[in-house]
Design a protein around this ligand. Structure first.
Ligand code: IVH
Length: 681
């Protein structure tokens, strides 16, 4: 390609790749399939090879994709401490072509000039982690970050069941690093996504994104519930006493570190190919996602000799499996209204076999996606199951487009109630704003309110349909005003069924506040968010009057959730509903004040800022447990500013100007612990 033209394409490719990298690593919401991404990167590499003078140090061919800057992600104010990597944390050269694996083996053989072996391993589809052990104890866990600097996720890594805090056995170097992958097994992924779909939260596109998003949760205690696992595959350190990679991993395993046993030492390209062919089918039986095979030179001396490029080791390569696809015809598109009013396009397909199941329906996400794909009804489309529960349409086979295909029009009005739809720019989704009049939304809210994880009232969807259709219930508060006489008017209801239902409603009044809050069905307030809000605010009254700043101060609450909460309480109908539910006796406060552990902070207001060894909410709970009051802003009444890492500079300045004592976490703990001991005697 001519230079000027190449330059234009190079810049275009860089922009696409940089944005795709950001979506993948930072937002955990990829826009391109791995294959599409890899092909664009290869095109860029080829152009840069042809025109080496156009290579710049910031080209995505020269740098690994970065997972830093999560602040931008969904408006969450993530603040992880960052630390430099002792050894750069690189990526792997990859290919979908076995001939390129052969070429890698040839290059390695030529460079080494001696006999050597390969370690063949699964390529785990998760997010990279670097663990440092000091004197046998887990000292730090960093993400890959930009390869030079990573986010400190130590507290979160401590919540992952198979990462040992303390090594077993003996003989470990005083300090070493071991790198690997944090991944989410299918079972945990399906559970999480089912929950997110129930909440009408965007499900994670694949287990990799789910693992990466979970590893970066602010509240460490939430990480424990996500079912993450870790596998380790690369040990580093000064003068490690091993001759081979395999020996190092063998020792790591003896020390209790999680190392995969699905490894094989191979001597020839034939053996490598055999390993690849075996796992290309067998991987479908594994309880976690793998996207390929990694082939590494096993002898550490030869690894050193082969060295690294700016981005990859020359001693390893990844062979990637292509995601399974099927080509089928798009018959029609349904527009489904959910309980929060989101309208989602769902494709009806000519049934097709894909990864062992028959696919008839697939998600189209939103209007933008439909436009991006230039999809027409009647088109032949590619469906992929990249791990999602619902398969997705990844492309249109334009060469098979027939005359007569029709361009679909995303509806402008609600397919259920006819109300003009509104578009949520932040989420690129269309919504029906008729929250209290749209039948699908109302019924969806009623079903959600009674569901097991909410009020846990025994009632099927059919009961709710009956109650709604009879005009007995259209607001969740109506449930508590039902009497036996109302229920007996329903088809098929007898004394016993009516009594059972009323008893179940009565029992539900004991449901703890966090679940009542979840039951209200506030958009974006899922189970975990409800828990976090309940813990932070303590009561619905405090939550209702909280401003945006205060909402953002609770763990894992970002702009989108804060705005949704504010708009929920701005609606008078919602406030009335809460008043009626309060009158019915539901719990709108956390159960009881935490047990007072000491009076160390009685009468003292403490402002908390920055990051601590535990979540901010846990620190606030400690303040309260020791008699103090946690407050958001520094004033003349503040006794202490408790400043963690990256404490707000404004707060520090204000504390200084007002003469407020600034203390760190250690001093704070001294303060409460001394008192705790004191109260014992
Ligand atoms: S070795 C110097 N081994 O794949 C590079 N990586 O696409 C050492 N990965 O960044 C990496 N399974 O996060 C290695 N068995 C395995 C792996 C593996 C998954 C990840 C890793 C890497 C990425 C490259």
């Amino acid at each position: 390609m001519e230079k000027a033209q190449a330059n234009i394409r190079i810049n275009e490719l860089r922009a696409i790749i940089i944005e795709a990298n950001r979506k993948y690593y930072v937002e955990n919401a990829p826009t391109l399939s791995d294959y599409e991404f890899d092909m664009l990167l290869k095109e860029l590499e080829a152009l840069e090879k042809e025109h080496p003078d156009l290579v710049t140090p910031d080209s995505p061919t020269q740098k690994v994709g970065s997972d830093l800057d999560n602040k931008a992600a969904k408006g969450k104010a993530k603040e992880f401490q960052q630390y430099p990597h002792r050894f750069p944390m690189l990526s792997l050269g990859n290919t979908y072509d076995i001939a390129e694996v052969q070429a890698f083996a040839d290059r390695a053989a030529k460079g080494i000039g001696n006999t050597f072996t390969y370690s063949c391993e699964l390529k785990f589809d998760g997010t990279a982690i670097c663990l440092t052990y000091r004197n046998g104890k887990l000292f730090r866990a960093l993400t890959r970050g930009d390869g030079t600097v990573g986010d400190d996720v130590t507290e979160n890594a401590r919540q992952i069941g198979n990462i040992p805090q303390q090594l077993s056995g003996s003989g470990w170097p005083e300090e070493f690093e071991i790198r690997g992958e944090v991944y989410m097994p299918w079972a945990a992924f399906d559970r999480l996504n089912e929950e997110r779909e129930r909440e009408e939260e965007q499900p994670f596109a694949n287990p990799r994104n789910a693992a990466s998003g979970s590893l970066k949760l602010i509240d460490s205690s939430m990480v424990a519930n996500r079912g993450l696992e870790c596998t380790l595959y690369h040990m580093l350190g000064e003068d490690l006493p091993f001759a081979t990679h395999d020996e190092a991993l063998g020792k790591a395993c003896e020390w209790g570190l999680p190392v995969s046993d699905k490894r094989k030492l191979c001597k020839s390209i034939e053996e490598i190919e055999e390993f690849i062919t075996y796992w290309d089918t067998e991987r479908k039986m594994l309880p976690f996602a793998t996207d390929g095979i990694v082939i590494k030179v096993n002898e550490l001396q030869y690894q050193d000799e082969l060295g690294y490029t700016a981005k990859f080791p020359r001693w390893a390569v990844a062979y990637k499996f292509k995601a399974e696809q099927a080509l089928t015809r798009l018959l029609s598109i349904d527009y489904q209204v959910g309980r929060t009013g989101a309208v989602t396009p769902v494709a009806n397909l000519e049934p097709v076999q894909l990864s062992g199941t028959i696919v008839k329906r697939a998600s189209l996400h939103n209007a933008d996606q439909m436009q991006f794909l230039d999809i027409h009804v009647g088109d032949y489309v590619y469906v992929e199951k990249g791990g999602e529960i619902i398969p997705k349409i990844t492309g249109v086979e334009l060469s098979q487009r027939e005359p007569g295909v029709t361009l679909p029009h995303f509806p402008e009005t609600c397919p259920d109630c006819g109300t003009q739809l509104v578009r949520d720019e932040q989420e690129a989704k269309a919504f029906c704003p008729n929250q209290s009049g749209c039948p699908t939304q109302i019924k969806g809210k009623l079903v959600h309110f009674l569901s097991r994880k909410a009020m846990n009232v025994i009632a099927g969807d059919a009961t709710i349909d009956q109650l709604y259709n009879k005009g007995l219930v259209w607001n969740v508060a109506d449930f508590y005003e039902l009497g036996k006489e109302h229920l007996l008017t329903l088809d098929g209801w007898k004394d016993r069924s009516a009594e059972r239902f009323l008893k179940s409603l009565q029992d539900s009044k004991d449901t703890p506040f966090e679940r009542v809050l979840y039951a209200l069905g506030i958009r974006h307030v899922g189970e975990t968010t409800a828990k976090s809000l309940a813990r932070h605010f303590g009561s619905i009254d405090a939550l209702m009057t909280a401003g945006k700043e205060q909402l953002l101060g609770a763990d894992d609450i970002g702009e989108v959730i804060a705005d949704s909460i504010i708009s929920y309480f701005d609606d008078e109908i919602n406030c009335e509903t809460i008043e009626r539910l309060k009158a019915a006796g539901l719990k709108f406060e956390v159960d009881k004040a935490p047990e007072q552990k000491s009076d160390a902070l009685v009468g003292k207001t403490v402002v908390v800022s920055g990051n601590f060894s535990v979540s901010r909410d846990e620190i606030k709970a400690l303040i309260v447990a020791h008699g103090g009051k946690a407050s958001g802003s520094v004033s003349g009444k503040t006794a202490y500013l408790l400043a963690g890492e990256k404490a707000g500079p404004e707060k520090l300045k204000k504390a200084e100007s007002l003469g407020v004592t600034v203390i760190g976490e250690a001093e704070f703990r001294d303060l409460i612990e001394t008192k705790e001991e004191g109260t014992l005697f």
